[in-house]
Design a binder for this molecule. Structure first.
Ligand SMILES: NC(=O)c1ccc[n+]([C@@H]2O[C@H](COP(=O)([O-])OP(=O)(O)OC[C@H]3O[C@@H](n4cnc5c(N)ncnc54)[C@H](O)[C@@H]3O)[C@@H](O)[C@H]2O)c1
Length: 380
């Protein structure tokens, strides 16, 4: 077993949504040890949390800049190697940039930055740094999503002509209908969340899933947002028509006000020979539909799955694995890349996905603002 990779974490404190997912994912395949962290802007809170989860406090820092400065003083064989950026959106860009400039590998939450300009600047920085950069589009780590990608790549669906991804949540309902609450949520504050709420937070996952599974690039978008209230600056619901080629079209639907919906991400890909359908809330079932044939339900861990899919399963068929395992698969791919081992490019989303995501978010915002017109994305 090679030595564990020294992992730093910024954000993701005890009060956060996503911190536990990253911490558990990093432990699952025994590749990482958390050596360094700033879990919260308040030093005492960071220390308290480190003590609570039993991480040594000698490398818990008062803020991110101190973390970089102090880690750079350490000998290379002790220094943090990779850092997970789990802070609110507006901090991803400055933090990821500084990490890259100091030679660290980066695992960054989505959306990678708050606008497209920052995303392309970060790509330039990354090219100079030459380190590993992953964006945690978590759902790409599920074995049956990987299987979709491999079946489509192998031509099992024939040429793709229709794609449909929807991501419906209802969590913002109790906030958006209360004037005080909607004014005090970072996800509805453009200074903290970036140019979009709904499309930036979840629509971008749906976008990424379409490009990840089909291997095709979205060329242009036409978007209509709903803000619900005149004093709300951010979209909480949106529908985007997408063109991938002259005869390949589809739709992305995203909502944070779909009352009663939990984490309803669904992706459907239709080709001339067959179709695939996958739902995040039932991730171990992949529906394979073909003309004049009975519906097939593919499940993880069986030998009929692709190598990439099987690589994402740890237990024999029938032992359900979920979101922690999907994120762990991304961490596993990153560990291989950091160690210079061979890996499949489907193992983790990269800088390319991050940049494409911001191009999509910004194009959707422009489309809505300019009166629901088609906006081209840059060539992939
Ligand atoms: N991949 C996914 O499926 C997924 C799911 C949820 C959230 N996210 C992303 O993860 C990020 C965080 O989301 P969340 O829901 O956990 O947010 P959150 O508001 O629940 O938690 C943010 C955490 O960051 C900490 N923090 C804030 N400022 C900091 C600073 N300057 N230094 C250090 N720590 C700081 C806070 O103390 C808190 O612990 C967002 O960018 C979000 O889009 C991704």
């Amino acid at each position: 077993m090679p030595k564990k990779i020294r992992l730093g974490i910024v954000g993701g404190g005890g009060d956060s949504l996503i911190g536990v997912l990253h911490r558990v994912a990093s432990f699952i395949n025994d590749n990482y040890v958390i050596t360094s962290a700033v879990f919260a802007p308040e030093f005492e809170k960071s220390i308290e949390f480190a003590e609570e989860i039993d991480i040594p406090t000698d490398r818990i820092y008062k803020d991110f800049d101190t973390m970089i400065a102090e880690e750079m003083k350490l000998p290379e064989d002790q220094r943090m190697q990779v850092c997970s950026v789990l802070t609110p959106n507006f901090l991803h860009f400055p933090m990821a940039k500084k990490l890259l400039e100091n030679g660290f590998h980066v695992i960054c939450e989505k959306p990678m930055t708050t606008n497209y300009d920052e995303a392309t600047t970060l790509r330039d920085t990354w090219k100079k740094a030459g380190t590993v950069f992953a964006v945690t589009h978590t759902y790409t780590g599920y074995p049956m999503v990987r299987q979709m990608r491999e079946m489509i790549k192998a031509g099992e669906l024939g040429p793709i002509h229709k794609v449909d991804a929807s991501y419906y949540q209802g969590w913002i309902n109790p906030i958006i209908h209360d004037a005080e609450k909607r004014a005090n949520t970072w996800r509805l504050d453009p200074a903290k969340a970036g140019i979009s709420s709904c499309m930036g937070d979840i629509g971008v996952h749906a976008f990424n899933m379409i490009e990840f599974t089909t291997g095709l690039s979205i060329q242009s978008v036409l978007c209509d947002f709903n803000y619900l209230y005149d004093d709300n600056a951010m979209d909480v619901d949106g529908t985007v028509l997408i063109r991938m080629a002259k005869h390949v079209k589809g739709v992305i639907r995203a909502s944070q006000v779909a009352t009663g919906e939990e984490n309803g991400l669904t992706i459907k890909i239709y080709g001339s020979k067959g179709a695939l359908k996958w739902e995040q809330e039932n991730p171990n079932f992949l529906y394979y539909m073909q003309e004049d044939k009975p519906l097939q339900v593919l499940k993880p861990g069986h030998a009929y799955n692709s190598e990439l899919s099987l690589d994402g399963t740890k237990l024999p068929p029938g032992h359900p694995e979920g979101i922690f395992d999907a994120m762990a698969n991304i961490y596993l791919g990153v560990a291989r890349a950091i160690r210079g081992e061979e890996y499949n490019d489907g193992e983790f989303p990269t800088m390319r996905d991050g940049v494409r995501g911001l191009n999509f978010i910004e194009a959707s915002v422009f489309s809505h603002q300019r009166g629901n017109v088609w906006i081209p994305l840059d060539p992939a």
